[in-house]
Design a protein around this ligand. Structure first.
Ligand SMILES: [Zn+2]
Length: 304
């Protein structure tokens, strides 16, 4: 499975204008509320995201290591904004660059935002939080251009599991939340008071992930995203997740959920990549356990 195929540049100018008043269903009153039609590609696309990632239906893949440049550098002047659909962080001091893996190009971090609960599910399990680290292919000068190409964007998805230990990186984002929570603060960025390294929002193990060709999960739903959803999850407390739900998207209305419903697979390939050393270590363990069992049985026979 080569993502080189994604580098076939298919230009697909949308030619549509998008209303800004799209939103998520209010699940407070009715947990079965229908998901709204967002129109355009969101309704008619065939490579939409998010999807359920199922180990048993995924192809096994081995790629070179993904390479992360400057992700562990503390960013001192980040901006944070309540855009009415999420909390977004951008304006990085350094160029954070991703290459390697199955990627044919270099990608640069544009922004980070969060979804509560998770958009992707793994083996049909939904997680309380999903962070999206959005990257632009450096061949294209801006995100608008990048959304016109199949290899335009890489999004790294990081899922969080419920824990009773607060997550420090999430805590440092939450410290600034009070300044952007209110509806009157929508689309008015503030400077993040404390520094944050993007790697703080990522697990240790970045070599194990699901990857597939999909879309943005918000309008325009452009089908320009190579998804990399890491399989190792990070801890977060439910109290921390609840704080995000306090941001307002309209006067007095809080954004209690901002995840899109699962989309059809349409026979797409999902590749489960596992780091070489981990697979070898696991295989090594299995072999030695097998050997111990055989030796144990032989010993029993000898002494009977
Ligand atoms: Zn997102």
């Amino acid at each position: 499975m080569h993502f080189v195929t994604f580098s076939i540049l298919v230009c697909c100018s949308l030619g549509l204008s998008w209303a800004n008043d799209w939103g998520y269903p209010d699940l407070d009153d009715n947990t079965d509320a229908a998901f709204p039609d967002w129109g355009g590609l969101c309704d008619s696309g065939k490579r939409q995201s998010p999807i359920n990632l199922e180990a048993k239906w995924s192809l096994r893949g081995k790629f070179d290591e993904l390479k992360f440049h400057s992700y562990d550098t503390h960013q001192k002047n980040l901006e944070m904004v309540n855009n009415g659909h999420s909390i977004q962080i951008d304006d990085f001091d350094d160029v954070l660059m991703l290459n390697g893996g199955g990627l044919a190009h270099e990608y640069e971090v544009e922004q980070i935002h969060l979804h509560w609960w998770s958009e992707h599910t793994i083996n049909s399990v939904r997680y309380p939080l999903e962070v999206h680290i959005v990257h632009r292919n450096r061949l294209y000068p801006n995100m608008t251009m990048a959304t016109n190409f199949k290899d335009g964007i890489v999004v790294i998805g990081v899922l969080f599991h419920v824990s009773n230990t607060p997550n420090e990186a999430i805590a440092s984002i939450l410290k600034n939340l009070g300044d952007v929570k209110a509806y009157s603060r929508v689309n008015k960025p503030v400077t993040v008071a404390n520094s944050l390294a993007v790697s703080d929002l990522m697990p240790e193990s970045k070599g194990n992930y699901y990857t597939y060709a999909g879309s943005l999960t918000t309008p325009s739903c452009a089908e320009s995203v190579i998804w990399i959803v890491l399989t190792e999850t990070l801890p977060v407390t439910l109290d921390q997740v609840e704080e995000f739900k306090e941001i307002e998207y309209s006067n007095g209305k809080q954004l209690h959920n901002n995840y899109r419903n699962l989309q059809s697979m349409n026979n797409r390939a999902v590749v489960l990549v596992e780091a070489e050393e981990r697979t070898n270590a696991a295989a090594g363990r299995t072999a030695s356990i097998g050997l111990i069992l055989i030796l144990g049985l032989a010993a029993q026979k000898l002494f009977l």
